[in-house]
Design a protein around this ligand. Structure first.
Ligand code: C2E
Ligand code: CA
Ligand code: CA
Ligand code: CA
Length: 277
């Protein structure tokens, strides 16, 4: 037992060392990811549960490094958030996805909305609202086709500044969604006051819907809360027919997940939209 304990200790510290090294390698490479055109966006459809129609797509960042391979946004976005890089990367993603959606609209494809993830550092950047306005003006995309996804922990920060920024974005005609809803302890009063349009139920609860009573209760409560507050509600991470049936029964408005579509490259997404006409 003693020697296995020792091995475990050695194993752990080695792992930590590798993790620190990995973070350093990623950080230094991330600085060049934009100018080397290594970043891309994939699009995952959001579907109306009632009509089965695609109403929007979520833009998700991808980083293809020539040597390191595909690096998940779950790894590089948090690293970018620790530097000012998130502002540059976030702005690029916003511009690129607005431009792409507008292109599809111009081609006469289904006029879908795009949902773009926004980090707290971006929202706190003094110029954020102006940057968004400029992107809409430059790309010609009508603000009603843009939604910003903000995580629950940002939304519930007791900050007048954030409230002010969200109100300004809302006044521009942009819609706002609270992402990963249910994972933080929101003050319901705060949610009620926020100028948001949509709650996005975290996929963790969706995966537990059929076998975990607590997850089921949480999903029910979120859907009910959304209805009571006149907000739309979308479930992410829907992978099975059974999960879909449950959400249908509970009258969830929209769904997103592998059961319908995985995140698609620009050309695959365009093909899906083209086949709808
Ligand atoms: P998120 O915003 O909660 O995005 C949902 C994640 O779940 C995505 O992972 C998506 O590919 C994945 N997903 C969708 N449907 C299913 C499903 O049915 N089953 C399973 N198992 N997974 C599903 P992805 O693309 O790896 O993104 C991970 C996280 O990285 C995102 O979580 C978001 O927090 C962050 N992220 C991605 N792109 C951006 C971005 O452009 N900006 C910012 N700030 N964050 C981003
Ligand atoms: Ca999201
Ligand atoms: Ca989410
Ligand atoms: Ca998430």
């Amino acid at each position: 037992a003693k020697s296995s304990g020792k091995n475990q200790f050695v194993f752990c510290s080695q792992e930590m060392k590798e993790e620190i090294e990995q973070t350093m390698v990623i950080t230094s490479n991330l600085y060049h990811a934009l100018d080397r055109s290594e970043l891309a966006i994939v699009y995952q459809p959001q579907v109306s549960i009632e009509t089965g129609q695609i109403i929007a797509v979520e833009a998700l960042a991808r980083w293809y490094h020539p040597e390191l391979g595909l690096i998940s946004p779950a790894i590089f976005i948090p690293i970018a958030e620790h530097t000012s890089l998130i502002n540059l990367i976030g702005e690029w993603i916003l511009k690129e996805s607005c431009q792409q959606i507008k292109k599809w609209h111009n081609k006469g494809l289904l006029p879908i909305r795009v949902a773009v993830n926004v980090s707290v550092n971006q929202l706190l950047n003094t110029n954020f609202v102006n940057k968004v306005m400029k992107i809409l003006a430059d790309t010609g995309l009508d603000s009603k086709y843009l939604e910003l996804e903000i995580t629950e922990n940002i939304a519930i920060q007791e900050s007048d500044y954030i409230f002010d920024v969200l109100s300004k974005l809302k006044a521009l005609g942009i819609s706002l969604a609270i992402d990963d809803f249910g994972t933080e302890y929101s003050s319901l009063n705060r949610i009620k006051l926020l100028p948001v349009d949509r709650l996005k139920i975290d996929m963790h609860f969706i995966s537990g819907i059929l076998n975990n009573e607590k997850d089921k209760v949480i999903v029910d409560v979120i859907i009910k809360l959304a209805k009571d507050l006149n907000l739309k509600v979308i479930a992410e991470g829907v992978e099975t027919q059974e999960q879909l049936n449950y959400l249908l029964e509970k009258k969830c408005d929209e769904v997103q997940g592998y059961f319908f579509y995985k995140p698609l490259s620009t050309s695959d997404m365009e093909e899906v939209l083209t086949n709808l006409i």
